[in-house]
Design a protein. Sequence first.
Length: 243
Amino acid sequence: MLDEAQRRAGAVPQFEEGAFDLAGAYRAQEALLALRCARGERPVGIKLGFTSHAKMAQMGVDELIVGRLTDAMRVADGGGLDMGGLIHPRVEPEVAFLLGADLRPGEEPRVTAVAPALEVIDSRYRDFRFSLVDVVADNASSAAFTVGAWTEVPDGLADLGVRLDIDGTEVRTGSTAAILGNPLDALAAAAVLAGRYGIAVPAGTLVLAGAATAAAPLPAGSTVRVSVDGLGSASLISGGGRG
């Protein structure tokens, strides 16, 4: 049902309370990924959700989640996002990491590069409302992402200013401190979640560490830009052809 909702860009009802537990939701997420891969998509990364108190409050949940990213979700920096396949999209400013080694619980994460990023989220549920298990089953509302230029990881990532602009107007400001206090700490959280639910995170994986602010509605025909102090910027154009 969720796969069909994503393919035809039509919202579906939330599941009944108690329909399945969190482990079952992650199994559904794995099955969704398998369907996408069967159609030719390739896994390229993972994303963390609800890493900021603002986002938890916005969506009414209280636990971190992880979702999967594929090559078909990627929009080139400055490229166009096809809005025809989206239901009620929102956009978030993020920080992305590139892993230099497999991510495993209890081991120090090895990061080779960092970049500013945008994530487009698009719940397949009606009215963008869901429970924790609903959103996990729906691949953490993942829809698309853009990554800016990769750079070496600086000494300090814990409190960098973050700005989200739409058509040149500031719509969100925040700090990387909103991402679990430090975006690097999100990697340790990702390792724990991946280990708990059997998600492989090999070297070369891209990791979106989580949103630095609450999500903003994404209107069609707009230019969206994230700027992170010391890391640079990344942008996409909503409504252009896929870039």
